[in-house]
Design a protein around this ligand. Structure first.
Ligand code: GLN
Length: 441
């Protein structure tokens, strides 16, 4: 891995565009030194991993792939990342992504579009595109992405690797640059269920610095190899019967359903909210939250500051020159949704819909153990094509955003459909999700 990273460093733009800041390290020497001193070896000792460029790692650049924070260096380390360091894992790269997590293709970045690991003409997916591509290319053993509405699961699917969005609150968000705080999740991307399990266990748990976290017991390898409590699986009829779904994705998904039935599992077709309701509820809330979260980025405390006539003008110029078009679209949309005269009509309605979606999930999980879904209705687009139509890009998130609003654990596995299969269980039941992934193997 060290050799591969060194070779790529000078010309990452000609390859996959997934790597930003790479850290020169002699991986083996570091572990050998510990052994020589008789020190205990950590669970992840010497394992090289990548970090989406929205996590604080003290002393390294954390740019969120944005112009505004291009020269910003982290003043501290995120809790999730610190836990990995404590277990001996070695960060080797900060990874290209959509700026502030805004996007589904990793093209909304100042560092150039991330290229798909399987076909460089296609997008790497987003927003954690660099993280999924690096794992797929074996530049990292695992990478830590961030998933607000699909950003770990979708690029994992596009690059045929595993990506988990854990239950909301299982992993601390402290030190993850906030996009939409009510659905932001720290999520591992790796090449096997076992690697996901190990990394998830290391990062999980209550953190006094994030009041939404809870204590979760470790998931044991043995427990997720006993399939006796998997009886019923559901899927959403309207996702599969939609006109918008690619015919190959649909056929692959239905083949998986047949395979599951053949294993003696009962399969139920479930009713669910229409895709456009899911997408508009998610984007209403996500834009409102990002407008609020990014309001602190005015150049006075962090990042590039552009001076103008007075303070107010300086803020305005700093923000309009340094935020991307997509980020500005979301800030403007979010501020509109939150403003007087609109908030009751739009924002509060979004909150009510989110409650209804969560209640729908609770009812579903009284009838089924697992819900399955393709990750996306469509295959990865060519680089450059989705930037022309932001609305179409939002609609491509139709199958991931509902599970985010429900704060549910959802894992992408690289099978079932061309772009991956999502496995979801009831809130806090991450163990069952991993178990089902093993069962499907
Ligand atoms: N594509 C979605 C969005 O742009 C999800 C992004 C994410 O999970 N960070 O909001």
């Amino acid at each position: 891995i060290q050799e591969k990273l060194d070779a790529l460093k000078p010309n990452t733009n000609q390859t996959v565009n997934a790597l930003l800041d790479t850290f020169a390290l002699d991986l083996a020497a570091k572990v050998d030194a510990k052994i020589a001193k008789g020190e205990t070896i950590g669970l992840l000792e010497g394992i090289p991993f990548g970090i989406k460029d929205v996590y604080m790692l003290q002393g390294t650049y954390t740019t969120a792939s944005s112009e505004l924070l291009k020269h910003y260096k982290s003043a501290y380390t995120a809790t999730a990342i610190q836990k990995l360091l404590d277990a001996g894992a070695i960060p080797v790269v900060k990874e290209n992504c959509d700026s502030f997590g805004h996007g589904s293709s990793s093209e909304n970045t100042i560092f150039g579009a991330v290229k798909n690991a399987l076909n460089p003409n296609l997008v790497g997916g987003g927003s954690s595109g660099g993280s999924a591509v690096n794992v797929a290319k074996d530049y990292t053993v695992f990478s830590i992405g961030g998933d607000t509405g699909g950003s770990v699961r979708q690029p994992a699917g596009y690059n045929h690797v595993y990506g988990l969005k854990p239950s909301y609150g299982r992993i601390s968000r402290y030190g993850l640059m906030a996009y939409a705080s009510s659905t932001d999740c720290v999520g591992p991307i790796a090449k096997s269920v076992e690697d996901i399990r190990i990394v998830l266990n290391v990062m999980s748990g209550k953190d006094p610095k994030d009041q939404t976290t809870y204590d979760a017991s470790a998931i044991e390898a043995e427990t997720i190899s006993d399939y006796s409590n998997i009886k019923t699986v559901g899927y959403f009829k309207n996702f599969i019967d939609s006109d918008a779904i690619d015919s190959k994705i649909k056929a692959d998904f239905l083949a998986t359903i047949e395979k599951i039935k053949a294993k003696g599992i009962e399969v139920k077709a479930l009713d669910f909210f229409k895709s456009d309701i899911l997408v508009s509820t998610y984007y209403t809330l996500a834009m409102a939250e990002t407008a609020s979260n990014l309001s602190r980025l005015d150049g006075s405390n962090y990042g590039n500051r552009i001076e103008d006539k007075n303070l107010k003008e300086s803020y305005a110029v700093t923000r309009s020159e340094n935020f991307s078009e997509e980020t500005k679209r979301r800030i403007v949309g979010g501020n509109q949704v939150l403003s007087q005269g609109f908030s009751d009509e739009i924002y509060l309605k979004g909150l009510a819909l989110r409650d209804a979606i969560s209640e729908n999930f609770e009812k579903d999980f009284e009838a089924v153990d697992i819900i399955l879904s393709p990750v996306t209705p469509s295959t990865p687009p060519e680089i450059g094509s989705s930037l022309k139509d932001p609305h179409a890009m939002y609609l491509s998130d139709a199958y991931t955003v509902g599970f985010s609003l429900g704060q549910l654990p959802t894992l992408t596995v690289p099978q079932g459909t061309e772009t991956g299969l999502q496995i979801t269980a009831a809130k806090h039941n991450d163990e069952l999700v991993l178990k089902f992934a093993n069962f499907l193997k």
